[in-house]
Design a protein around this ligand. Structure first.
Ligand code: ACM
Length: 633
C-alpha cells in the first residue's frame, strides 16, 4: 500500500513537472536560436508601463505598435510613468555582434519583461516573439475579458539565419486591395519575414500606375470578369466590358511602402518582362514581334503547359527585343518604379518566355545578325542585359528569375532561383547574389493536400516538404545566398481569404527555414507549434489550411487485380477511420491499420482523421474511378 502511495505521489509530481516543462506550452514560430524556460510566469498587472531609455524614433515606433496591440485586445491600462517599467524596449549600450542588426534578447522575469537589441528591427522582432508568448486572445480585434494576461518566464536570444526572408504576393492575376496588402504585411512581419515581393504585372493585369504611360492602367489593369475554373475560361469578346481588376496609384504605393517600413519590411517590385506581358501589349500597341491586337488575358488558355518545364505559346505574350520602342517604354516604367520603391532591387521577371514567335520574326533575325546573337537564349539575354542597364541607370540593382542565366547572365544581376536550386547554385558559383525560392519547397500556391479535397491548382507541395526547405545549397558560400522566399501565385486565388488558406501554415515552415538555425528544426515540434498558431489564427480570424491532418493515399493492384489502398498522414499520432458504405465515417468506424483491399462493389472510399475523439481532418471521398486513374498513371 505504502509503495502504491509512493508511486502515485511520484506520478503526480512528475506530471506537474512535465506540465511545467512541456516544451510545447511555448510555441514560437520561427524557433529562436536559444530559449531558456523557467517554471512560473509573469502576470501583467492591471496598470502597466511600457517604456524605453531611448527616444530614438525607431524605438518609439515599436513601443507605439506594442501599445496599439495592448489597447486593441486587452483591458489593461497603459500608464505614462510608474516606479517600474513593466515592458521595456532598449537599445544595447554596447552592441552585441552575435545578434546582428535584427536579433534581440528577450527576458521575462517575475518582475517584468525586457527586450534588448542593437537596432529597432531587433526590438520589433523581440516584440513579435513576446506577442507569441501572450495568450492567443492578444490577437483579438476587440477587447477581451480575459482573467490573466500571463507570460511564461523565459530568456531568449535570437537572430536570423538569413537577411532575405521573403514572401511573394501575386497581385497581377488577382488584384488585392491596399488594405489586404497591409494585412498581408502584418501577418508576414509577425513571422519575421522582411521582404514583400509584389508581382505587379502579368498577362492578366498591370497593377502599377505609371503616370507617363496612363494607358497601362486605363487598359492593362482591367479584364473581363470570369467565375469558375481558371485556365478554362472563355476568351473575352473584343467589345466585352473589362471591369475586373484594379491598380495601385502612386499614393497607394507610398502608403504601402511606408506601412511596410514601419514593420521592417522592404517591398521588392516586379515588372515581369519580356514574357508574361499581355496586359502591357494590350495597353500599348506595337510592342510584340507578332503584329495583331491584344487583350488583357481573362484566365483563358493561351499557353499549353506540357509538364517538365515545357510550354507552347498559342498567343505571343512577349515584348519584342528587336523593337527600340520597347526599351523606351521600359525606361519610363522603371523611372517611376525606381522613384516609388526605395528598396535597392527591382525585379524584372524574365521567366517562362516562349521563344517560338521570336523564331518566326524577321525583326529578331535582323537583331541576331546585327548583335551576333546565335540563338533565342542569346536574344533573351540581350534583352535582359539592356533592361539591366536601364535599371542600373536608375541607381537600382536588377534581380530576375533563373531563366536570366540562359544565354549569359547580365553583369551584377541577382538571381531568384525558382526551378529548383540549380540556377541559384550556378549564379552563386559566378559570384552573383541569389535568393532561393525553389518550387519544390516554397511554391505555396500548389496543393497542400489530396486534389480530391482541395481547390484545383498544379502539383503537390505538402507542409512537411516546405519544412525541409534549406536556402543554403551544399558547398555554396552563405555570403552569396541572400536568403529564401515563399511564392504565392494568385491565378486561382479570387479572394484574400483563399490567399490566406494557401499561405498558412506553409509560410510558417518557410519562416522557420529562413530565420531559424537548421539544427533547431524539428518536424514534430513544428507540428505542435503550428497547432498552437492555428488557435491564434482562429482568434485573429486569419484563414489557414488544416490539410496536414488529411490522409495521403497511394494505390496499387494486387496479383488478382484488386485495388490495394495505402494510407498515411504527415502528422504523427492520428487515426484514420474509413468506410466503403457511402456514409461519413467517425471515430467509431474501422480504423486503418493495414493496407485495404477495395471491396468488389465499392464506389468510393470515405476517410476522416481523428486524434483520439477529436476530428482533425476533413471528410474526404475518394472515388474508385480516381484510384484507377492514378494507378494507370
Ligand atoms: C515562376 O514561377 N514562373 C517564376
Amino acid at each position: 500500500m505504502k509503495n502504491i502511495l509512493l508511486l502515485i505521489t511520484i506520478l503526480f509530481f512528475s506530471l506537474i513537472i512535465f506540465a511545467q516543462s512541456n516544451p510545447f506550452k511555448i510555441a514560437l514560430i520561427p524557433q529562436p536560436v536559444s530559449i531558456h524556460v523557467t517554471d512560473g510566469s509573469f502576470l501583467l498587472p492591471q496598470n502597466i508601463v511600457i517604456g524605453s531609455d531611448s527616444n530614438e524614433e525607431g524605438v518609439q515606433k515599436v513601443i507605439n505598435q506594442f501599445k496599439a496591440i495592448i489597447n486593441t485586445s486587452t483591458e489593461l491600462n497603459i500608464l505614462n510613468t510608474g516606479t517600474t517599467t513593466t515592458v521595456s524596449f532598449n537599445i544595447l549600450k554596447i552592441p552585441d555582434e552575435t545578434i546582428t542588426s535584427e536579433g534581440y534578447k528577450l527576458t521575462v522575469t517575475s518582475s517584468g519583461i525586457s527586450i534588448f537589441a542593437n537596432q529597432p528591427a531587433g526590438l520589433f522582432y523581440g516584440m513579435q516573439t513576446l506577442l507569441q508568448l501572450f495568450p492567443p486572445e492578444i490577437l483579438s480585434k476587440k477587447k477581451v475579458h480575459i482573467v490573466k494576461w500571463e507570460i511564461p518566464l523565459v530568456e531568449i536570444t535570437d537572430y536570423p539565419r538569413f537577411g532575405w526572408r521573403g514572401l511573394l504576393l501575386d497581385v497581377a492575376r488577382h488584384f488585392f486591395t491596399v488594405q489586404e496588402v497591409k494585412d498581408f504585411i502584418d501577418q508576414m512581419a509577425a513571422y519575421k519575414y522582411n521582404r514583400l515581393h509584389l508581382h505587379l504585372t502579368d498577362d492578366q493585369g498591370w497593377r502599377l500606375q505609371i503616370k507617363s504611360l496612363p494607358e497601362l492602367t486605363e487598359i492593362g489593369a482591367w479584364r473581363a470578369k470570369r467565375v469558375g475554373r481558371w485556365g478554362e475560361w472563355t476568351k473575352p469578346a473584343p467589345d466585352e466590358p473589362k471591369t475586373y481588376g484594379g491598380y495601385y496609384t502612386h499614393e497607394d504605393i507610398k502608403e504601402l511602402v511606408e506601412y511596410a517600413k514601419q514593420r521592417h519590411v522592404e517591398i521588392l517590385p516586379e515588372i515581369d518582362v519580356p514574357g508574361h506581358s499581355m496586359a502591357l501589349l494590350a495597353s500599348i500597341p506595337g510592342l510584340s514581334c507578332t503584329p495583331g491586337t491584344y487583350q488583357v488575358n481573362a484566365g483563358d488558355r493561351f499557353m499549353i503547359w506540357e509538364g517538365g518545364g515545357r510550354f507552347y505559346g498559342l498567343i505571343d505574350n512577349n515584348l519584342c527585343p528587336a523593337n527600340e520602342k520597347v526599351y523606351e517604354v521600359l525606361d519610363k516604367v522603371f523611372t517611376e518604379v525606381a522613384q516609388l520603391f526605395p528598396f535597392a532591387y527591382i525585379h524584372m521577371g524574365g521567366d517562362e518566355t516562349y521563344k517560338g514567335f521570336w523564331e518566326k520574326s524577321d525583326a529578331i533575325k535582323q537583331l541576331m545578325k546585327k548583335e551576333k546573337l546565335k540563338d533565342m537564349h542569346e536574344v533573351q539575354s540581350y534583352f535582359v542585359k539592356r533592361v539591366g542597364r536601364i535599371i542600373e541607370s536608375k541607381d537600382k540593382k536588377m534581380m530576375g528569375w533563373d531563366e536570366i542565366l540562359e544565354g549569359g547572365l547580365a553583369p551584377n544581376a541577382a538571381v531568384m532561383s525558382w526551378r529548383g536550386e540549380k540556377g541559384g547554385i550556378e549564379a552563386a558559383k559566378m559570384n552573383h547574389p541569389v535568393v532561393m525560392t525553389p518550387n519544390s519547397h516554397t511554391y505555396v500556391d500548389l496543393y497542400q493536400g489530396d486534389p480530391v479535397a482541395e481547390p484545383p491548382t498544379y502539383s503537390m507541395l505538402r507542409l512537411n516538404q516546405s519544412y525541409k526547405f534549406d536556402p543554403l545549397p551544399k558547398g555554396i558560400d552563405q555570403k552569396l545566398i541572400l536568403g529564401g522566399q515563399a511564392n504565392l501565385w494568385s491565378e486561382r486565388l479570387n479572394t484574400f481569404r483563399s490567399a490566406q488558406y494557401m499561405l498558412w501554415p506553409r509560410a510558417f515552415a518557410v519562416a522557420e527555414s529562413v530565420w531559424s538555425q537548421p539544427q533547431s528544426k524539428d518536424w514534430n515540434s513544428f507540428v505542435s507549434r503550428t497547432e498552437k498558431h492555428f488557435e491564434r489564427f482562429d482568434v485573429a480570424q486569419i484563414k489557414y489550411s488544416r490539410s496536414m491532418y488529411d490522409p495521403i493515399f497511394t494505390f496499387s493492384r494486387d496479383a488478382d487485380s484488386t485495388i490495394i489502398i495505402n494510407l498515411k498522414t504527415e502528422v504523427e499520432g492520428l487515426n484514420i477511420h474509413y468506410s466503403f458504405d457511402e456514409t461519413f465515417p467517425d471515430q467509431f468506424y474501422p480504423a486503418y491499420n493495414e493496407p485495404l483491399r477495395l471491396p468488389k462493389d465499392a464506389a468510393n472510399l470515405w476517410v476522416v482523421t481523428y486524434r483520439g475523439n477529436q476530428q482533425v481532418g476533413k471528410q474526404i471521398k475518394m472515388p474508385v474511378e480516381e484510384m484507377k486513374k492514378r494507378i494507370r498513371k
